[in-house]
Design a protein around this ligand. Sequence first.
Ligand SMILES: [Zn+2]
Length: 237
Amino acid sequence: MSSPPLKPVPLKIAPLTIAQLTGQSQSHLQEVFPGHFLHRDVVAAYLALVERSAEEGIVLRMASGFRSFDRQLAIWNAKARGERPVVDSEGKPLAIATLSEREQVFAILRWSALPGASRHHWGSDVDIWDSAAVGDDYQLQLTPDEYASGGPFEHCSHWLDALINSGHAAFFCPYKGAKKEGVAAEPWHLSFRPLATVCERALTPAVLRKLIENTDICLQSAILENLDEIYSRFIRL
Ligand SMILES: [Zn+2]
């Protein structure tokens, strides 16, 4: 039996509204697995990817699909208040209170998206892992080591790389390698290109500025003062 096509029939994806684009609406979503949502035009392509992975002995699981603005805001504020750890590029904890406000903003951005600017708001992006490679009690960390050579998800990672490089998947990995001055490497993060491209174009600095100005968010003035730099280092690919 042949596998289902991974490249979707060319989709006409309607642009998201600003509320959908920034995670404040869920009207573009469909539940894929209990508690896990993707954009309704992404679901078939994702399920085809899961089916294809099974041929390689991989059981592809979603760690995270859609994430709301409120969820991202809660993560951001907890990190800014020191209620959640903030770590440096090597994963070492940072004493957030000892940093300037600007430094705090950029330290949080290394591992957490600015609320409103997470690709997970769009329903096009998904964090994946392979449950066939680990035991039932495995605690997923989502660290580069797990996906690197010798890690439990090495096989899954190689398979995905080969698939993406072959041009036979509509998914790509936007955070493949760490950018020295940007987002850390996230080999587990996949993005459905036909939709993500539409969203990338729509999410302008002006959209984000207006959103942050109207949000009760920690470090608001430092975010607004540095928004152009935030955009070029952490949001635009
Ligand atoms: Zn992700």
